[in-house]
Ligand binder design. Structure first.
Ligand SMILES: *Cc1c(COP(=O)(O)O)cnc(C)c1O
Length: 384
């Protein structure tokens, strides 16, 4: 891939990562930060971001799969890595070979890991996942169904070293009373499990429960670690969702594309596939070299979503194409081929956000960011 600002590119602001980490730290007190870098760090570039996070003191990373963990190891990341998701049995050997920590998806899964490790005279490092309400992975521990026996049994497996324990919040982003009650109940259930372990003389190890909204809305829970993804990237899922804290985050990712053509069309002329945009006045159309194959959702087409050219907001018009899209640049003086359009970020003091794209696509920033295509080069933002 050409490492150039040639067609479309993302810029990663490494100073912003360091700033955001400090903002997270203010919210969680003494709790340490596990940097979640799954899905290529939500499109930000996992290796480069993990290096910045590690230099800033992050000593634990979270990924979704063994492939992601191996990629970090292959690029010299030596810190602890927790695999949050499922590792298939044929990849179990990587867990001890690469010194990875596996989350225990279920008790049956923990037994399988234990059998494998025993047969290979190895010990596999693990964190116990307690399911306090997500009902995705982990051993169920909820008022209707409490499997404390399985949690205890995981800690007693001879070839699996359960050195941490965690749970996950499904509604920590929602400040409605029933969601708050639910999340607070999860915290109590988690504490109950910790007490249950201690009563049996078992050290639960490293305790962690908060994702980004858990950090924003529930502050310092006195855990050993918290698990932010979005927050170190300087964004939330949706900037319209109210939160209970007032942190000062700087978005890490900016997105740019080149203006390839500028032309003026007359009233009645249409733009792009499907002819969904019709000019009502002489219109200066700028074509940008970025499209849905770069990860921009085609769903946002022709909905008034705006990009910046020379710091002016230009509405996107007509269907977004695979590699290109068109904007109405009538109000921009001097726009010409070779100009840079800003789709996310700041230009001439004006700002456009990833939230604007996500809102038009009826989704959250987590998805929009992680869908950014591999063919878009991630470049380090140049120093000021
Ligand atoms: C993805 C994930 C996180 C990070 O979520 P954010 O909302 O981005 O902070 C934390 N914990 C688990 C288990 C996850 O899967």
């Amino acid at each position: 891939m050409l490492e150039a600002r040639s067609r479309a590119w993302a810029e990663i602001d490494e100073q912003a990562i360091v700033h955001n980490l400090a903002e997270v730290q203010k919210l969680v007190g003494k709790t340490k930060i596990m940097g979640i870098v799954k899905a290529n760090a939500y499109g930000h570039g996992d290796v480069a971001c993990a290096r910045v996070l590690a230099d800033a003191g992050v000593d634990f990373f979270g990924v979704s799969s063994v492939d992601e963990a191996l990629n970090l190891r292959d690029h010299g990341i030596t810190q602890d890595i927790l695999i949050l998701g499922y590792t298939p049995p044929e990849h179990f050997h990587y867990l001890y070979e690469k010194n990875l920590v596996q989350s225990l998806c279920s008790y049956a899964y923990a037994q399988k890991l234990n059998d494998f490790a025993g047969a290979h005279h190895q010990v596999i490092r693990a964190h116990c996942k307690v399911d306090t309400g997500m009902n995705r992975t982990g051993v169920i521990y909820q008022p209707q169904e409490k499997h404390m026996d399985e949690i205890l049994a995981e800690y007693r497996l001879p070839h699996v070293h359960t050195e941490g324990i965690f749970s996950h919040f499904p509604v920590s982003d929602d400040l409605q009373e029933d969601s708050r009650t639910f999340t607070e109940r999860q915290i109590r259930l988690f504490q109950e499990v910790l007490n249950g372990l201690q009563e049996q003389g078992i050290d639960p190890g490293i305790r962690h429960i908060q994702n980004s909204y858990g950090i924003l809305n529930y502050g310092d829970l006195g855990m050993d670690y918290c698990r932010p993804g979005l927050l170190w990237m300087g964004v939330t899922s949706d900037d319209a969702i109210p939160i209970r804290s007032d942190p000062d985050f700087i978005p890490v990712l900016s997105l740019y594309a080149n203006v390839s053509v500028v032309k003026t069309i007359q009233p009645g002329m249409t733009v792009s596939y499907g002819r969904h945009f019709t000019a009502e006045r002489p219109t200066k159309v700028a074509t940008l070299s970025i499209g849905y194959a770069d990860g921009l959702p085609r769903l946002v087409s022709n909905q008034g979503w705006e990009v910046l050219i020379h710091g002016h907001r230009c509405p996107q018009i007509g269907n977004i194409c695979m590699d290109q899209l068109m904007v109405d640049a009538t109000e921009v003086p001097d726009v010409q081929e070779g100009d840079t359009a800003c789709l996310v970020g700041t230009q001439n003091g004006q700002r456009v956000t990833i939230d604007e794209i996500s809102r038009k696509a009826h989704t959250i920033n987590n998805e929009t960011l992680s869908a950014l295509a591999a063919r878009v080069p991630r470049m380090k933002k140049r120093g000021k």
